[in-house]
Ligand binder design. Structure first.
Ligand SMILES: *Cc1c(COP(=O)(O)O)cnc(C)c1O
Length: 460
């Protein structure tokens, strides 16, 4: 550990001896054969009770020391905290590379395919499409770009409305604004935390009465879990409204054995750095219709008409995925199944290890759902002896990153003036935001990391 602890005959702590102490002894004329008793008396800093990592680190910083012994009531050392270990963070969700990514990337370099097209892009599209049994997939620069293109292809424009789940990340709703359309935000249901079919139907009925049916419904599949797609698809079909499935967080998840992301007319995945697999930044658009896939590729590459010169008859975007990043994606796709298994294991570990904590309740997984548990999410129940804010702060004191559940879009200053339709006479998403906490969930978490989170929650 780089430190020596001196104890008396009864094993009680006397002081620490560091390399600095010995150096000072030598500089003062000491010899290596001298007894440690010759070292000038100094009182070592110790702690006697449990401190948070943050507090312990502050003590070390204040005293310019790298080791901090913990002594019990009898003065015996029970632990030694080391600065180099203390400040290790346990993060929410970090990239987890496999073995094959580098090869695909190197291939792109070797062949000089350093462009937003190339063999890795084509292969990545085919491999994702095959993987989720979708006829077509279009690789894009981000999940947000994929949602934007989906809206554009359904001809969403100024004056239109688009329904969207309220409990989500802002990227689900922002593209509606890019198109100058108006979002209507739909509450969650308690069973899966995703879009409430009840609220959706009520909102559609009202819209029909007003003669303002939406151009599309964006259904978000949250934290690795599909929404209840059968009733949602039925309802939308009855009203003749297209569904865009925002499966950014749920690649690898299933709804009744069919891949999440493949239910709507269009579906999207994200390969952002924190998602279950990543290309550092990227997205994918899925569809069963070949002409939609073709049009997406056309719009994503500046909408260039076939002509010998540069000709454009509609507004396009620069939204294609780079061939280098698609190489990362191909490697990641090979380990998707392992990543899903690892994330599910993280969730199961929390749930079993914390089963005795009565004030914690875990994100439900209905019979029809196979969730990837992209994030492990729990609720702090209303009668708990603590609060969501306090739990997050206590975890942060142990350098464990935890976050509240997404703040619903109808509560966001930027969207608060848009219409919001609740599940029932109370808002489900408001409650989930107040009580929900996302815990560290990475597929690369060590058992020690997991134990640290579990121990901290138990100590609370
Ligand atoms: C991450 C995410 C997005 C956006 O994906 P990017 O690739 O980061 O643009 C959209 N919707 C949801 C629900 C997300 O979690």
């Amino acid at each position: 550990m780089g430190v020596l602890l001196l104890v008396d005959a009864a094993g009680r702590f006397e002081r620490t001896v560091t390399d600095g102490d010995i150096r000072r002894l030598m500089l003062a004329g000491g010899e290596l054969t001298d007894s440690l008793a010759g070292i000038p008396v100094a009182e070592s800093v110790v702690i006697t009770k449990r401190h948070s990592r943050r507090d312990a680190l502050e003590i070390m910083q204040a005293h310019v020391i790298n080791h901090l012994p913990v002594v019990d009531e009898d003065g015996k050392v029970v632990d030694v905290l080391m600065r180099s270990e203390l400040d290790e963070q346990v993060l929410l969700s970090t990239p987890h590379m496999g073995d094959a990514e580098r090869e695909f990337v190197e291939d792109a370099f070797r062949t000089n395919w350093i462009a937003p097209l190339g063999p890795n892009v084509d292969a990545f599209e085919c491999e994702v499409a095959e993987r989720v049994s979708s006829p077509h997939a279009v690789a894009l620069s981000s999940g947000t770009a994929a949602i934007h293109l989906a809206l554009r292809m359904l001809d969403v424009k100024q004056g239109d409305t688009v329904f969207c789940s309220t409990l989500t990340f802002a990227a689900s709703v922002n593209p509606i604004m890019y198109q100058g359309a108006e979002p209507v935000l739909i509450d969650s249901e308690p069973e899966s935390w995703n879009m409430s079919p009840l609220a959706l139907e009520r909102a559609l009925e009202e819209a029909r009465r007003e003669g303002r049916l939406p151009k599309a419904v964006i259904v978000v599949c949250l934290y690795g879990q599909s929404a209840d797609m059968d009733p949602i698809m039925d309802i939308c079909k009855r009203y003749g409204v297209d569904v865009i499935e925002d499966a950014a967080e749920s690649l690898g998840a299933k709804y009744k054995s069919k891949a999440s992301g493949t239910f709507g007319r269009l579906g999207i995945y994200s390969f952002n750095g924190n998602k279950i697999i990543t290309t550092s930044g990227g997205g994918m658009l899925l569809t069963q219709e070949e002409d939609l896939a073709k049009r997406a590729r056309f719009l994503a590459t500046q909408a260039r008409d076939p002509a010998p010169h540069y000709q454009h008859s509609t507004v396009g975007y620069n939204y294609r995925m780079s061939n280098i990043l698609a190489g990362v994606g191909r490697g990641q796709l090979k380990v998707l199944e392992e990543r899903v298994a690892a994330r599910r294991r993280v969730f199961e570990t929390y749930r079993t290890e914390l089963a005795s904590v009565e004030w914690l309740s875990w994100m439900p997984e209905p019979d029809w759902s196979y969730s990837t548990h992209w994030l492990s999410v729990c609720e702090i129940l209303p009668d708990a002896p603590t609060t969501t804010v306090d739990v997050i702060r206590r975890l942060a004191d142990e350098f464990i990153e935890a976050r509240p559940v997404w703040k619903p879009m109808h509560l966001q200053p930027v969207f608060e003036n848009f219409k919001y339709v609740q599940h029932s006479n109370h808002s489900v998403s408001d409650g989930l935001f107040e009580r929900g906490i996302c815990l560290p969930s990475g597929s690369n978490m060590s058992d020690a990391d997991l134990e640290r989170v579990v121990k901290t929650l138990r100590s609370i």
